[in-house]
Design a protein around this ligand. Structure first.
Ligand code: BG6
Length: 297
């Protein structure tokens, strides 16, 4: 199978995204001003042998590895998807990618996801490119006979200018005051204050919204004068589902342990990953739709 990137070029503005068929991983978004927004490691495997270390890997049906019979972060990011044909319009250029469960050869694990007799669904990623924004919409429709639990996440890697990810004035995330902050490294839970979230050590935290807040809106500062607004929403069976977010930087030691990430590259990136941790199963015939929009400010 070829992993040659699909080019989604919005000709009216010159903005352009690239999507690798392996994982339907958006690996580049260059806005109309010519600025690359996404980080991809120099050591990332781009030949379909491993999930892409960078861009926007897709996570489903599990985040992390609660089910040890399935690989970490599920199977969307490590299988070949079928690309559609980009449709270039005045406002935006759009392309769909689909994954048929029957084509999933990596990572279905040993549990209920192992074959279509226990669970089945149709999976689509829609990518939209406009002058200053990149939108990804993941839709999963339960076409099988059983309801299933799921978590889903856009594992978005942002490029930080001039290797300044550790400069807390340059690289930080704002908009999370009042969110519950669960530190995955220490299991300590606190409430996030007004201060920006920044990289001062290894960072691996899940931020869950206060009640009555379902849409995620955060700003990620990625350089001395560059910022993006991240907006994420989810709906299952028409009902709004709250969106949490993971903020991750592997820092010194963890970087050394990852074979597909340079030892010093933690200076160049931060991951800000909208997460749906569904409390209700997705019932037969119902669909969940999860949207992330990244707007350059
Ligand atoms: C983050 C997790 O989302 O992904 C981290 O919170 C994890 O715990 C990171 O280390 C990278 O995961 P992976 O499987 O791509 O190495």
């Amino acid at each position: 199978m070829s992993n040659e990137a699909v080019i989604i070029n919005h000709s009216a503005s010159g903005a352009c995204a690239k999507v690798l068929p392996f994982g339907a991983t958006v690996s580049s978004f260059v806005n109309a001003k010519g600025k690359e927004i996404l980080f991809v490691s120099k050591l990332a495997k781009l030949d379909g042998s491993k999930a892409t270390r960078g861009g926007i890997p897709l996570v489903f049906p599990q985040f992390g590895q609660p089910n040890k019979d399935m690989p970490q972060h599920g199977f969307l990011r490590n299988n070949y998807w079928k690309p559609g044909t980009p449709v270039d319009g005045e406002k935006e250029c759009i392309c769909d990618f689909t994954l048929d469960l029957k084509d999933v050869v990596n990572g279905r694990g040993e549990g209920v996801w192992k074959d279509e007799s226990t669970v089945d669904c149709s999976i689509t990623l829609t990518v939209k490119v406009s002058a200053d924004a990149l939108t990804t919409i993941l839709t999963v429709e339960n076409s099988g006979e059983n309801a299933f639990d799921y978590q889903t996440l856009f594992h978005t890697y942002y490029q930080i200018e001039d290797g300044k990810a550790l400069d807390t004035n340059i690289c930080n995330v704002t908009g999370l005051a009042g969110y519950k902050r669960f530190d995955q490294l220490t299991s300590i839970e606190t409430v996030q204050g007004d201060e920006p979230v920044a990289v001062e050590a290894e960072l691996d935290c899940i931020f869950s919204p206060p009640e009555n807040q379902s849409t995620l809106e955060v700003e990620v500062s990625t350089g001395a004068s560059s910022k993006v607004l991240v907006h994420a929403t989810a709906a299952a069976d028409g009902e709004i589902v709250p969106v949490s977010v993971v903020v991750w930087n592997p820092f010194v030691e963890k970087s050394k342990k990852m074979g597909d990430f340079g030892d010093e590259e933690y200076h160049d990136m931060i991951c800000v990953e909208p997460l749906v941790n569904a409390s209700d199963k997705l019932q037969t015939g119902k669909k969940v739709s999860f949207l992330q929009k990244i707007t350059c400010l």
